[in-house]
Design a protein around this ligand. Sequence first.
Ligand SMILES: NC(=O)c1ccc[n+]([C@@H]2O[C@H](COP(=O)([O-])OP(=O)(O)OC[C@H]3O[C@@H](n4cnc5c(N)ncnc54)[C@H](O)[C@@H]3O)[C@@H](O)[C@H]2O)c1
Length: 352
Amino acid sequence: MSRIAVTGGAGRLGRTLVAGLAQAGHELISLDRAVSDAPELAGIAQIPVDLTDADAAAGAISDARADALIHLAAIAVPFSAPEDVILHTNAALALNVLSAGAGAGVPKIVTASSPTVLGYGAPRGWLPDRFPLDEETVPRPWNAYALSKHLAEQTIAMLARQTGDATRFAAFRPCYVIAPEEWDGAPTQQGHTVRERLADPALSAPALFNYVDARDVATFVDTLLEALPDIPNAEVFFVAADDALARRPLAELLPQFVPGTDALAAGLTGTAPAFSNAKARRVLGWRPAHSWRGEFGEGGEAGGRGETGERDGRGETGEHHEHGDLSRSSGGRSGTTRTDPDLTTPRKDVLA
Ligand SMILES: NC(=O)c1ccc[n+]([C@@H]2O[C@H](COP(=O)([O-])OP(=O)(O)OC[C@H]3O[C@@H](n4cnc5c(N)ncnc54)[C@H](O)[C@@H]3O)[C@@H](O)[C@H]2O)c1
């Protein structure tokens, strides 16, 4: 068992992450400006703190006496605040929190980044070298949110150069996070439901049809923390579902929404996603247990609960996963959370 401090623990992803790690046997502390009465956080220590205040951040993180620090706190939606506010806020949060963790001697430090660092959706066009996108794809952020996430990744790399391997760092890029209650119809980050995203490809296209269940992010972080001493320092990982959040193959859909991808996306047949989670599988042995087909009981041949369909042509079959362990009981229904309105107004055509 570890003592784990999570910044942003009251947020959309934070609640499920905190609950999942607690259920896995760890002791959790949430450091967040907001205090949440969500059921997932019942019994969890919540320390209210504005982490843009460097002294307050350093004090709270030192007082937490944690074995591991997970940094989620951020303005999490592109264009939900002025560009300078997003950049200043997220950069300050990353520097304050991550350097406070290193200064306090926390041995394991992980930050949330975002797939948006890659730069898809850029107004003047964007084309990758190839699909599926992975950790080798060159980041080309085009807005302040994506830039701030690139900066967070660079912050852990910088700190690793300062501390050496005494502190173990990593960054992860969760795809569009689906919290457990969102499978049942609660609005997702961009305001519409998962079923609406599936029914209208234009809603999911800005994220290139990516997604991940928040409970799978929890198992990813648990696995990552365990592995950190044994893998290279300051690695970056995509955390993605095995399939695309789409009813039709991306080989067909992507060219409709990302001009010029006809040939590049030709290999994304069946249920194959645009983002690969192969590195997390290879380096950590992690794999997601949830899929939209499993959640909606649309298993068929390509994705009953935990099945992967034709991802990367491997057609691996996942373990049968019933609700339980890190499932809806840990994700639960959200209670109310006090947050600033400027952090909760989504722009419909971009996403984290
Ligand atoms: N949700 C997604 O789809 C997604 C995708 C990729 C990356 N991410 C990243 O994951 C992390 C969590 O995202 P989320 O969807 O849970 O966001 P969220 O907005 O629901 O939660 C963010 C939390 O950070 C807290 N916070 C913000 N400013 C703070 C401050 N100054 N001091 C203390 N706490 C502060 C907020 O109160 C909130 O609880 C973010 O870093 C986000 O960029 C999210």
